[in-house]
Design a protein. Structure first.
Length: 280
């Protein structure tokens, strides 16, 4: 029998008000290492803001000119909130996430109060603990993997990520995976996070007040600047529960799948883990 949502949900929930601004929401996400903030009025959940909402806000023509302090949570939050009862099974929660295309569900009590949140990470942890030996990686992986090269611009990367179901891009060198970029890398990008030593710039000389001065012009980051290198990968014939366990223990959300020649063959994300759970 599948365990209940209450067994694997996270609590307490990091929440915010509809009137909090996006700068505050961003700080909460970074401070608590989470990808979504539930928006509440009293104890009732009324919306949710995810990294996807951040990307849409940052690249929206209507909002990009406004600083985050001037954008309220209620302007960008998802209002048609999908919740799950704490007494439902994790398999039911996984089915709901897959069907609705969401990565987290606020968990409510019978009276509709917020009591927790269950995410794809919790589903992945449950799969690792409860379902070893049930499915191989090759039977659950996705083969249509969006890829870029190190020299692709951040704008192209952001466009691909916004279209990808899991928000993951694999950076390749030929056919071999060499890095990965996620929604977090785009949503929370900050020039200072790249480190001055790693920031690229060109030096141009200009004349000002009769003297020659050097001017630094910083270049737009490319995929190679923001990717996570030193990838963990997994083989086609490995147990899917091992893939789930590897993600949880290393705090990652995707594993490129490689063949015997170490060429990219597919990808397993937490979404694939949830889909696999619905088939068991």
């Amino acid at each position: 029998m599948a365990p209940k949502v209450s067994t694997y949900m996270s609590t307490p929930v990091i929440a915010a008000s509809p009137y909090d601004n996006l700068a505050h929401i961003r700080k909460l996400m970074i401070r608590h290492h989470i990808g979504r903030i539930v928006i509440v009025e009293g104890n009732k959940p009324v919306g949710i803001i995810t990294k996807s909402d951040f990307i849409r806000a940052l690249f929206s023509r209507r909002r990009f000119a406004k600083p985050l302090e001037e954008i309220k949570a209620e302007e960008v939050m998802t209002r048609d909130l999908i919740t799950v009862d704490e007494n439902r099974s994790i398999k039911a929660a996984a089915k709901l996430m897959v069907r609705k295309g969401v990565s987290g569900l606020p968990v409510t009590s019978k009276d509709g109060n917020l009591v927790g949140i269950i995410t794809l990470t919790d589903i992945t942890r449950a799969y690792a603990e409860r379902y070893p030996g049930r499915m191989l990686v090759k039977d659950a992986m996705r083969t249509n993997v969006p890829t870029v090269h190190r020299s692709h611009s951040i704008f192209y990367v952001a466009e691909l990520i916004s279209r990808d179901e899991a928000g993951k891009i694999v950076v390749v060198d030929g056919s071999k995976p060499v890095g990965i970029i996620t929604k977090s890398d785009i949503a929370f990008i900050n020039p200072f996070l790249l480190g001055y030593r790693n920031m690229k710039y060109v030096r141009r000389f200009s004349s000002e007040k009769g003297r020659s001065t050097a001017v630094r012009i910083y270049t737009i980051p490319i995929a190679g600047d923001i990717m996570t290198p030193d990838l963990l990968t997994i083989g086609l014939e490995e147990d899917l529960a091992l893939a789930a366990d590897t993600m949880i223990k290393n705090n990652i959300s995707a594993l490129p799948v490689i063949d015997r020649d170490e060429n990219l063959a597919g990808i397993v994300t937490k979404i694939e883990i949830a889909k696999a759970l619905t088939r068991i």
